[in-house]
Design a protein around this ligand. Structure first.
Ligand code: CUA
Length: 479
């Protein structure tokens, strides 16, 4: 027999190391921890925690009894001298064999009852007596979460708002690989699988902000794929929904917001939408998101990919799928060099603004700062006059109507990038000037579809002559 003191050298420090490691691991279980399942804020998470505790204590009792018996027997019947005889052997004792077969069976049956009841309760969807159900479609993307509210035509990303004490039924989808949707304090986790919808429901019974996390390894930024669940009072939730249908104020010419909007339209708008507030914009965004994804998987060197919707981004609290607090400084860092915050982000790998030796943005610090200022300014504006689009302002019309699919830079979105369109438009069709070609393309989107793009541009019947004239003038200025 080895004694501990004779163990090979590295084992001893390893044993001492285990103590702090075990303490650190156990500390993660403290109920106050943001992702601890021991402090719950919803009935489903509570039923799961209760079940865990029930099984834990049964297992603890079994552990103490069995280990106690082993220790007792090892000491009581140890060999004290070389002449000791073997103790009485019980091999083949039917009574004992039957007893220790039946006891575990009874224990497992006892555990099975609440386990199966809990599984059924969660799998069968929201019971009728829980109140009005809110439907949410949650989609996993590498590496962020998209949230759609089909009944309210709202789309957002990474920060999910739900009303307190009301059941929320989720349809879980994935666009790329397998992710897992997990809100530790409110509900358990269910995988998000491409081409196979899964379902989960939950109720948040405490107002506050709760952490969510992807719980299935999904690539390099898996650990950085987080989200927030903001449980609002019913009143705040309705106000949030209303805000998501209220446009942001248009930037005032000459301000940092206005310069930032221009920078955003050039470099970011082919993937990110900022204006899904108007009727019809929900369907357009969901279609566009799919079109972006199709472009991404079809093209060899895609410059776009499905990306978080940034409507009213200024009302969010976090950045980069819940990784950092959102503020001017963190946002500037993110825009300049996203992988310094979230490694692997597709935005940096594909948008041409990051096509530099070190991968940082081809933007001056002022340009970065202006874009950040613009994004943080995106909030519902109660001032109808400030949100109304001036038909005579081509850039404003472009931002409101066109930026979901087109950038004013070189990158193709769902539609072509429009940098230099004034130079090339005149040579597209014999006998048509640049002005005529652009105007015709606006009035009849199907007239001239550029090779490689789908004829999906909507007919902007709401564009009046003034808007079209302003757009033509604006588009010709893009270099
Ligand atoms: Cu998505 Cu892990």
């Amino acid at each position: 027999m080895h004694r501990v003191s004779k163990l090979s050298f590295p084992l001893r420090p390893a044993i001492f190391l285990l103590v702090p490691v075990a303490i650190a691991l156990l500390a993660a279980c403290t109920p106050e921890n943001n992702q601890s399942t021991f402090g719950t804020a919803g009935p489903i998470a509570k039923s799961q925690a209760d079940l865990f505790n029930f099984i834990f204590w049964i297992a603890a009792i079994v552990f103490v009894l069995v280990e106690g018996a082993i220790i007792y027997i090892a000491i009581r019947y140890r060999q004290r001298s070389p002449n000791d005889k073997l103790p009485h052997q019980t091999h083949g004792n039917d009574k004992l064999e039957i007893t220790w077969t039946i006891i575990p069976v009874i224990i497992l049956v006892i555990i099975a009852v609440p386990t199966l009841t809990g599984i059924w309760a969660q799998q069968n969807g929201v019971p009728d007596d829980k109140g009005e159900v809110l439907s949410v479609v949650a989609t996993g993307h590498q590496w962020w979460f998209e949230f759609q509210y089909p009944d309210h035509e709202v789309v957002t990303a990474n920060e999910l708002h739900i009303p307190v004490n009301r059941p929320v039924a989720f349809k879980l989808e994935s666009q790329d690989v397998i992710h897992s949707f997990w809100v530790p304090k409110i509900a358990g986790k269910v995988d998000m699988i491409p081409l196979n919808d899964n379902y989960i429901w939950m109720i948040g019974d405490e107002v506050g902000t709760f952490y969510g996390q992807c719980a299935e390894f999904c690539g390099i930024a898996h650990a950085h794929m987080r989200f927030r669940v903001i449980v609002d009072t019913e009143e705040d939730f309705q106000a949030w929904l209303a805000g998501m249908h209220t446009p942001a104020a248009n930037p005032v010419a000459g301000t940092a917001e206005a310069r930032g909007q221009t920078g955003f339209l050039t470099n970011c708008s082919m993937c990110h939408t900022t204006n899904s507030t108007t009727p019809g914009s929900y369907a357009r965004e969901t279609d566009t998101q799919i079109a972006r994804w199709n472009t991404w998987i079809e093209e060899e060197k895609p410059t776009q990919v499905s990306a978080p919707n940034l409507t009213h981004f200024g009302t969010r609290t976090t950045l980069a799928a819940g990784l950092q607090d959102l503020n001017q400084q963190s946002l500037e860092e993110w825009i300049d060099d996203p992988s310094s915050i979230k490694i692997g982000t597709r935005m940096q790998a594909h948008a041409s603004v990051y096509d530099t030796d070190d991968g940082t943005a081809k933007l001056s610090p002022t340009e970065v700062s202006d874009i950040a200022t613009y994004l943080l300014s995106l909030k519902p504006s109660a001032d109808a006059a400030a949100n109304a689009v001036d038909d005579g302002d081509g850039e404003a019309v472009f931002a409101a109507k066109c930026s979901g699919c087109h950038s004013t830079g070189p990158d193709a979105g769902t539609g072509p990038g429009l940098a230099g369109v004034g130079d090339r438009a005149g040579s597209r069709v014999d006998g048509l000037s640049a002005d005529e070609y652009i105007e015709q393309s606006l009035r009849d989107p199907g007239a001239y579809v550029v090779d490689g793009f789908s004829p999906i541009m909507p007919n902007w019947s709401s564009l009046g002559d003034e808007s079209i004239d302003a757009l033509v003038i604006y588009l010709k200025t893009l270099n």
